[in-house]
Design a protein around this ligand. Structure first.
Ligand code: AMP
Ligand code: MG
Length: 328
């Protein structure tokens, strides 16, 4: 059952409570309806991918009520401060270095050490974010591959029964998605064109590059460079680890490995998705420290979230520079 909530004080309080309890809630921003989850709760973030039927773990935008909150999770330089002062709240997403102390789940950034943050301008979104008091990860509230939703009916057509609630507040004003500006390097780069034009941005922070691609199908050099992959190579679909391998398990453990993690001993795909990036990071470090050469990975069933898990594992296992070019 999806609770249909009015965008008044009671509805916003209920939506914040659902989010705080790990539920998914759709809410309007000035661009499109977003599908929100507590960004600090890895299982809630995993549930976003499951509800959308997304075949890949692309990094999500974390929504916060103001620039102070954004810069508690990400490092701002003077360009970020100027862009924030000029365009927040509004349809601008900044990609910044993530702070080590941020408690945003690794799954929300797809394991990257950068963070995409946004302060939306829609009054309902702002009230909700203030009430939640935590960053809210939110991609568009549609099934994967469908059009971005600008009305509650669009959201319900795809997600009714799959999400805990929707805050209904009419149609979105911009309809375009947010402009994504990458400030992790020396050259400010627009990764996705959107509600704020490049010229308007350049008037505030100086020259801005435009990466190739658009929409969800971004294939930008800046994004490929920051694509997370473990240092060690992976051996997928392994029945058991060899002597020189660390072990990434799923389900029952086949034998002892000196360095091992289990995505989900119970074989739960949502739990496995929630742990995936932390497990890869931890195994990589521990395996290298132990002098191991590879990470053997147990088979993960190709259904539900297993599809996105296998996609990420396959790209992490592929020779560097090849299969990583299909970032999405
Ligand atoms: P959507 O959720 O559909 O609005 O898309 C979010 C998009 O933001 C992703 O597909 C990426 O293009 C971009 N993005 C989010 N986080 C990052 C990040 N840490 N680094 C680079 N791009 C990001
Ligand atoms: Mg989308």
């Amino acid at each position: 059952m999806t609770e249909r909530l009015a965008a008044d004080a009671a509805g916003i309080a209920r939506a914040a409570a659902l989010l705080g309890a790990g539920g998914l809630v759709a809410f309007a921003t000035e661009t499109v309806y977003g599908l929100g989850a507590d960004a600090t709760n890895a299982a809630a973030v995993a549930a976003i991918y499951e509800a959308k039927g997304r075949p890949r773990f692309n990094p999500l935008i974390s929504h916060v009520p103001d620039a102070d909150a954004a810069f508690r999770h990400a490092l701002a330089d003077s360009r970020a401060e100027r862009a924030a002062a000029a365009f927040w709240p509004g349809p601008l997403t900044l990609v910044l270095p993530r702070r080590d102390e941020s408690d945003i789940a690794a799954l929300a950034t797809a394991g990257l050490d950068s963070l995409a943050v946004r302060v939306p301008g829609h009054p309902v979104a702002r009230a909700l974010l203030a009430a939640v008091g935590r960053p809210v990860a939110a991609p568009s509230a549609n099934l994967s591959g469908r059009l971005s939703p600008t009305r509650p009916a669009h959201v319900l057509a795809g997600l009714e029964g799959r999400i805990a609630g929707i805050l209904e507040s009419g149609s979105c004003a911009v309809g375009l998605e947010s402009t994504i500006l990458d400030l992790t390097g020396p050259h400010a780069t627009i990764l996705r064109p959107g509600g704020i034009a490049r010229e308007a941005m350049e008037a505030v922070i100086g020259p801005v590059d435009l990466a190739g691609g658009s929409g969800d199908d971004v294939k930008a050099p800046g994004m490929l460079a920051s694509h997370y992959a473990p240092v060690l190579s992976l051996r997928l679909g392994a029945a058991a680890p060899e002597a020189d391998e660390a072990w990434l398990g799923f389900g029952p453990v086949p034998g002892a490995a000196a360095v091992a993690r289990n995505l989900s001993p119970a074989g739960d795909l949502v739990e496995a998705a929630a742990r995936l990036f932390d497990a890869l990071h931890e195994l990589d470090d521990a395996a290298i420290a132990a002098g191991l050469v590879r990470i053997a990975v147990a088979p993960v069933p190709a259904r539900g979230l297993g599809i996105a898990i296998n996609d990420r594992l396959a790209r992490a296992a592929a020779p560097r520079g090849g299969a990583q070019s299909t970032f999405r």
